[in-house]
Ligand binder design. Structure first.
Ligand SMILES: C[S@@+](CC[C@H](N)C(=O)[O-])C[C@H]1O[C@@H](n2cnc3c(N)ncnc32)[C@H](O)[C@@H]1O
Length: 256
């Protein structure tokens, strides 16, 4: 039976790899790397660096494929169908890679950014392929250090306050309103700096871009005064690198 490892590789620092991840790398015959285009080529290079660091004898095969384009213009009601189509298109590619590139008794691996359980579609895609029934395989999941863990570690703070909940959400959701019943909110996938919408409230922000990489930028403080600084840092970095990946924690100060 073919075997697949879904390996969380951390948020950008090669030292984020766990010992379990390294063991899984060493038991893999074929690595599948999906290229998202030039903008994200830095991320592909980082995956190659990780392989070079942990498998210096190069005794593995690397298979690269191009990720399908996602219809990012689709908003509102069109958003979920667009994501669904994109996921199925990815499932077609993954299915073909597994069937054509992996021998019956070989093991393959997908190197997933951060932790595979958080805002990542790899597990859903593998389940979709298994549901189709044409290409059987077994798979396991190796957890990784998520960008959320890396963010709060770099700011030397926790995610929640004593006995309080924390919510992880997206920029798209935050744009609809500040989540109810929670004062600590982590925001990912925010291309539009939605935090600015809450700058008139008593909220602190802990922000990080390219966390764990040599380009890492951190900023924190009261939202009202920190938001404009983040906007500047963000646009400088975007211009310099051509892309940005950032995450932040919004922490509402206790009332009264
Ligand atoms: C598709 S999600 C993948 C999350 C990933 N599975 C994880 O565990 O971190 C991509 C989002 O993760 C966040 N992210 C991932 N890596 C990051 C990093 N090194 N620095 C800052 N944010 C990061 C950004 O919010 C980005 O938009």
């Amino acid at each position: 039976m073919r075997k697949i490892h879904v390996i969380g590789i951390g948020a950008g620092d090669p030292d984020h790899l766990t010992l379990q991840a390294v063991k899984a790398l060493r038991s893999t015959d074929v690595f599948f790397i999906l290229d998202k285009g030039e903008v994200k080529s830095d991320l592909v290079r980082l995956r190659r660096d990780i392989l070079d660091a942990h498998l210096p004898d190069g005794a593995y095969r690397l298979v690269e494929a191009r990720d399908p384009e996602r219809d990012r213009a689709a908003g509102g009601a069109g958003y979920s169908p667009a994501v669904g189509d994109w996921r199925s298109a990815r499932a077609d590619i993954y299915e073909r890679l597994i069937a054509e590139e992996l021998g019956e008794d070989e093991s393959g691996a997908f190197l997933v950014w951060g932790d595979p359980s958080l805002y990542d579609s790899t597990l859903g895609i593998l389940e979709e392929i298994l549901d189709r029934g044409a290409v059987p395989f077994d798979y396991d999941v190796v957890p990784g250090i998520s960008s959320v863990s890396a963010l709060v570690a770099r700011h030397r703070t926790g995610l929640n306050r004593v006995a309080r909940p924390v919510q992880i959400t997206t920029g798209r959701r935050l744009a609809e309103g500040f989540p109810e019943g929670v004062d600590d909110v982590v925001v990912m996938l925010d291309a539009h700096q939605i935090f600015q919408k809450y700058a008139d409230q008593d909220i602190d922000i802990y922000w990080g871009a390219y966390i764990g990489t040599p380009d890492e930028i951190l900023a924190s403080g009261p939202l009202a005064e920190t938001a404009p600084r983040i906007a500047e840092l963000r646009s400088e970095a975007r211009e310099r690198k051509g892309w940005i990946m950032d995450t932040y924690l919004l922490r509402r100060r206790p009332r009264g």
